[in-house]
Ligand binder design. Structure first.
Ligand code: NAD
Length: 477
């Protein structure tokens, strides 16, 4: 059984209780993790504070960068091991698991290079004064991480926080935390001081709740569902703790009649089947100009029928969903859609080798879905693409903006002026034109508006969120 990593040491949960780790590919328990509680969180926060005050805040920025670079190299060296941990924990097909490890190594590399480039400004003021600003770390940052991309979200969230000079306490998801325990160990081996990176395992309502309420946490980075994000923000507000919320999405892919469909359609398929649709930025709504709607439905239908879901190790188009309850949620949303007469254009297959005890869901393409319906408004977090048509640019923008979310959008058109016009009018945090996701885009700030959250991670911009600005006005003499 594995558990916390605090002060560079593996330690058991003080409760003595455990949570089984389930392999989504066969639904069987293969390990267990400690069920952390407020006492364990307290130990982790104390370790992080000690490290912050005695070592981490005194280390030159360039040295922090070197440590992050060494961790990046260690992650690359242990890529196969980390990918296989992630594969069993999350049910990721091999290529996806390897891509996640590569992304983590790249985040750490990016943030390694940023440590000694984060600086303040001098501000012109009255004669006889010098005014400057200092970018200072918050101190101890708390990171609540979901199960869909543990390694990648560690990279963008913890990587940025460490680069900015914070020490960190991480609460990974109860469904998938083994890879992060291993990364914390690799960091210790790479020379990170005790207390810089601490991991507390356990349930969200216990360890997670204790972390976000802890008075010793100076900033919270939460990635997860809007419902829990609201709770986290409320409890943080009670003690005026800053929060970054990376929540869900219902991101539109907008296809105009002049789009290059040979480029657009494979990207549209991949944006909904990647990680079995369990991606906050999944392109889960397809808006197609009416004159090419039938063509797009036909071609996408052909592509969907060929898609295969199966055990992660088979490395098919899709692995299983994370857990039984997630599978049941997707199935019930689809049953509701069918009952209301929504037409299924095409469905992929679940391969024969997939055990019935695994959490599989074939990808589904639905058409003429009403923009106000549940499937068009709510995040499914499964491989379900809902399509609808639009008649002109204004209509496309209206539909694209008509959900509570605003995370990402894709625009497919050859018309340069329209690319800018539509991108400007979309209410979301990221827009991709004639591509979707830009291959990960570690350098590109990421985050949402509306119910998708606030604050930005990824890129240099994240470092502003992981620091606080102090202004210093000095009167000469
Ligand atoms: P979730 O909100 O249930 O859990 C996320 C994390 O929060 C887990 O670590 C969980 O243990 C913890 N948690 C649960 N209750 C808590 C509480 N009361 N206090 C503190 N922490 C608590 O979400 P999930 O089902 O694990 O993940 C799926 C959701 O995450 C989807 O909505 C998805 O869109 C979103 N997500 C968003 C992004 C993004 O960057 N915007 C990235 C990945 C996932």
């Amino acid at each position: 059984m594995q558990s916390h990593f605090i002060d560079n040491t593996h330690c058991a949960a003080s409760s003595g209780l455990s949570i089984p780790m389930i392999d989504p590919s066969d639904g069987q328990a293969f390990d267990a993790i400690g069920r952390g509680n407020a006492n364990d969180v307290n130990d982790a926060v104390s370790a992080a504070r000690r490290c912050q005050e005695t070592v981490w805040s005194k280390l030159p920025a360039a040295n922090r960068g070197r440590l992050l670079m060494q961790l990046s190299a260690a992650v690359a060296t242990h890529a196969d091991e980390l990918a296989s941990i992630e594969q069993r924990d999350c049910g990721k097909p091999t290529r996806q698991a390897i891509a996640d490890v590569s992304a983590l190594a790249r985040y750490l590399e990016f943030y390694a290079g940023s440590c000694d480039k984060l600086h303040g400004a001098t501000i012109p003021y009255l004669d006889g004064y010098s005014v400057l600003t200092w970018r200072e770390p918050h101190g101890v940052t708390g990171h609540v991480i979901p199960w869909n991309y543990p390694l990648q979200i560690f990279g963008r969230s913890v990587g940025g926080a460490l680069a900015a000079g914070n020490s960190c306490v991480i609460k990974p998801a109860e469904d998938a935390c083994l890879s992060l325990i291993r990364v914390a160990q690799l960091a210790a081996d790479a020379g990170f001081p005790a207390g810089a990176i601490n991991v507390v395992t356990g349930y969200g309502h216990e360890a997670g709740d204790a972390l976000v309420r802890h008075a010793g946490i100076d900033h919270i980075s939460f990635t997860g569902s809007p419902v829990i994000g609201t709770r986290v923000a409320q409890s943080a507000a009670e003690r005026h703790c800053p929060v970054t919320l990376e929540l869900g999405g219902k991101s539109p892919q907008i296809v105009f009649a002049d789009a290059n469909l040979d480029a657009a359609l494979p990207a549209i398929v991949s944006a909904i089947v990647q990680n079995s649709g369990q991606t906050c930025s999944a392109g889960s709504r397809l808006l197609v100009e009416h004159s090419i709607y039938e063509t797009v439905m036909t071609r996408l239908g052909q592509a969907f029928r060929k898609l295969q879901a199966g055990p992660a190790a088979l490395d098919l188009d899709l692995g299983p969903l994370i857990r039984r309850t997630q599978q049941q949620r997707v199935q019930s949303m689809l049953a509701e859609a069918r009952a209301t007469g929504i037409e299924v254009v095409a469905e992929g297959q679940i391969v024969d080798q997939a055990p019935s005890s695994g959490f599989y869901q074939a990808p589904v393409l639905l058409r003429d879905v009403a923009p106000v319906s549940r499937l068009a408004q709510e995040e499914v977090f499964g491989p379900v693409l809902v399509a609808m048509s639009f008649h002109d640019e204004d209509h496309a923008v209206e539909l694209a903006n008509a959900t509570p979310f605003g995370l990402v959008a894709g625009i497919w058109t050859q018309d340069g002026a329209r690319q800018f016009r539509v991108a400007r009018r979309l209410r979301c945090g990221q827009v991709f034109v004639n591509n979707y996701g830009a291959g990960g885009g570690v350098e590109i700030p990421f985050g949402g508006v509306k119910s998708s959250g606030y604050g930005r991670e990824k890129g240099f911009e994240a470092l502003y969120g992981f620091t606080t600005l102090k202004s210093v006005a000095i009167r000469h003499g």
